[in-house]
Each structure stands twice: as C-alpha cells, then as structure tokens.
Design a protein around this ligand. Sequence first.
Ligand code: NAD
Length: 480
Amino acid sequence: MSTQRITVAKGDGIGPEIMDATLAIILASGAKIEIDEVEIGEKVYLAGNMAGIAKESWDIIRKNKIFLKAPITTPQGGGYKSLNVTTRKFLGLYSNVRPCMSLHPYVKTKHPIMDIVMIRENEEDLYAGIEHQQTDEVVQCLKLISRPGCEKIVRYAFEYAKNYNRKKVTCFTKDNIMKQSDGLFHQVFDEIAKEYPEIENEHWIIDIGAAKMADTPEVFDVIVTLNLYGDVLSDVAAQIAGSVGLAGSANIGEECAMFEAIHGSAPRRAGQNMANPSGLLQGAIMMLKHIGETTAAQNIQNAWLKTIEDGIHTYDIYKEGVSKEKVGTAEFAKAIIANLGKLPTMLKPVTFAKDAVLNLPKYVRKPAAKKDLMGVDIFVHWSGTNPNELAAKVQKLDNENVHLTMITNRGIKVWPEGFEETFCTDHWRCRFKPFEGKSITKNDIIQLLSTALNIGVDAIKTENLYNFDGKAGFSLGQGQ
Ligand code: NAD
C-alpha cells in the first residue's frame, strides 16, 4: 500500500497537545502516512486574514485531499469567518459523520448500551446563510434543500450502514410541517432505502424522534438528517453517550475529507498537558479507515478501548472508584501506544472490514420536469392592521388574467375570511392566481409589480408558483 500524504493543522488552545498525542499514536501504529503541516486559526486571524487560513495552506489541503484538523479559537466579534463552515463548503464536504458510543461502566453515562452514528447533511438547509431583512418587523433566512444534496447524504448513510455492518437507518425530518423541503428529504430517503433491502429503514418526525433518542438511544443505529437538526442532535448524542470530549467527526466530500474532534480549543486547559486527546483520535481513526489503513485503525481503536477499560483516564473522565490512574495528555497517548496489538476484555473489541469501500456514484441530474406557472406570491410591506383594507388596496393590481386569491401573514390565511384574533406583522403574502379558464405568464407578474409601483403598494419580493409534472411545488396557506 502506498504512503498517503495528509495535511495536519495543530490549531489553538489544547490543539497542539492533542494533535501531538494523536500523531504519536498513528505513527506508532505503523500507518503509512506522511504529514504536511499548515497553520490555521487565531494567529492567522489576528494577522488580519479574516478567513483564518492562508491561500498557500488551501493549496496544500486541496493537493493532499485528506485534512486532520485540531480545534481552533475563533476570535470574538469583528467579522471573522468560521473556518469550519468555510472548509466544509469550499471543499464540498457534504457528509458529517459522528459516531456516539457509550463506554459503560468506564465512562459515566445514563445510556449504557448506546451506539449511534449520526450522519448530518453538511452543506445546505438554513446554513446556506442567505438572510434578508424584508420589513421593519420581519427577517428571513432561506432554507435551501436540493435533490442532489438529499441523494448524496442519504446514499452515504445507507452505504455507511452496509459497510460497517449496521442494521438500521433512521431518517429524522419535520415533513408534517415543511412538506416541500423536509418532504423532499423524506421522499429521497424512501427512494434510496428501496435499493438497500437488507437494511431496515424508518422515518421519525424530528421532535418525537429527538425525544426518543435522548431517552432510549439504544433503539437507534444510524441516523440521517438535515443540517440544522443534525447539528443540534449530534451534540446531544455525543453528550448523552458520555462526553463531547470523546467524540470525533468526519466531514466527507467527493474529493476531499476533513477529520476532527467535535469539541473546541478549551483555552483554559491549554499548555497544561491535561486535555483528553480522544475526540481528535476518534477523528483520526475515521481518517485511517477512509484512506484504507483499516488494520491500523482497528488496532488503535482496540488499544484505546483497552486503555479506557484499564482505568487510565484524563481528568475529564476520571472518576473515583472506577478510574485507576489520572494521567495527562502525553501519558494517555503513551498508554495507548503500549496497548497497540492488545484487545479490550470487557468492552467489545472492533473489527473493521478491509474492503470497506463506500459505493458513492456521482449525482446524475434527472430529465427536467414539465414546469407550469400557476400563480405568484407578491410579498408586501404594509403597516396597517386590517387585512380587508390591504385586500381592497392590493385587488387594484388584478388584471384580465390574474386576481388576488389569498393574503397570509407569517403563513396564516388572514383574507378572505380571516380571524380577528390572528396577530399580524407588517409582512404580507398576497397570492395571485389566474381566473377560471385563464392562465398566467411572466408578463402578468411584471404588470402586477408595475401597477404596485404606480399605486404605492410596497412589493418587497415575489415567489413564482410552479407545478412540476402536474404536482404543486408550493405550499397552501395555513387555514386555506
Ligand atoms: P470547548 O469545547 O473548547 O470547551 C468546553 C468545555 O469542555 C471546557 O470546559 C473545556 O475545558 C472542556 N473540554 C473540551 N475539550 C476537552 C478535552 N479534549 N479534554 C478535556 N476537556 C475538554 O468549547 P468552548 O469553550 O465553547 O470554545 C472554546 C473555543 O473553541 C472558542 O473559540 C470556539 O470558537 C472554539 N471552537 C472550535 C471548534 C473547532 O475548531 N472545531 C469547535 C467548537 C468550538
């Protein structure tokens, strides 16, 4: 097997200590890697680089394609960009994988038999960061969900389950409310699940699913979900498994991959040889599996389990009566190195399949659907309170083809036949549709907006309403 060059960044705070410990273990395992080091984080930010990383470092990361990253400190305030978010997006790292396993009875947990892998979509959803203030009272954040985004992450989850001998994939969405966006994720999940009949699949509405996970995590195996839900739930899963300090994560793309601990740079613990390197080590083990160094990954994982089981613990998991010896970062690493080649006796040893190759075909765009314009929503900034008054004003926009059919406020229908009790902001959606027997064109939309301008209706944005192959691509107003 050829030697793999990887890029390493030691980061800030406890970063350098836990990275040195992790690299010492990897090198002692016999894994064939060579290292290029780059500088990222606080020093780079404070030198005036708002991204926290120099262009030359990007070149090295892109050339090597495999990036092992220690946590960094993002300076407070002042427009500094999160390097994690930038890295995920720039390198197309669409899949975030976070195993959360309890180490009962050696690490305190309420869930002794928990063993979940959280797989979170990493690029889209509300994290596209497209936000606008539209009226005095209302701001908007766009939730973007794409078919390629859904297909890639859901397929990744099933491929992961297949290759790592997992029995079930659970999908979490809120598609009872977000029928279009979360609905697409759920639909793609159902489509792809059919290709993996040997793996059980199920869907939970996220709220009750999250409650169930926090209460009875042992009923879950692999969980796949959208970006925001996954962000929140993967921290919950890591914490209830034992400690966020023990979990690592992999960020996987079609070309590149980044591996890290899930915790931050813990500045208060820096330079004291106290920090637990386990989170970063877990990230590194996933990296070794990813580059085909399966034997090294397996040996390190088993040596780590044995060290934990031997009661050799850093301060964060040290517990009187369970732990045998409180050690520093470097000593913990030495203990793991001494255990290489040994198996745990109480905790379950791991076996990683040698041929664990995930089959992840490139996304293939489907033929375009037949797209029919069915209407338009014109959003209006208006400071009045009576929707009937607004309707009378906006009805003046009607032309021979289209007319006002509905007004909603924050999604709730307020005209026609709204409730007086409904609280209204200054942000109104006015829906125009064709008269019976007529159709709407983009010229009608231009005419509507032009009339709005002429009569002083403050149109702040429009959304076209389309049917795709005859199926509505827009939601109804609540109460419609
Ligand atoms: P943190 O994760 O650094 O620390 C939270 C708590 O956990 C602290 O009490 C800390 O001492 C403890 N802790 C964390 N890792 C530990 C370890 N390996 N061993 C022992 N104890 C550990 O979170 P924070 O204090 O909110 O953030 C500190 C800095 O880290 C901030 O600048 C933040 O922006 C940054 N951060 C970076 C990343 C990253 O680079 N991936 C992630 C999260 C936070």
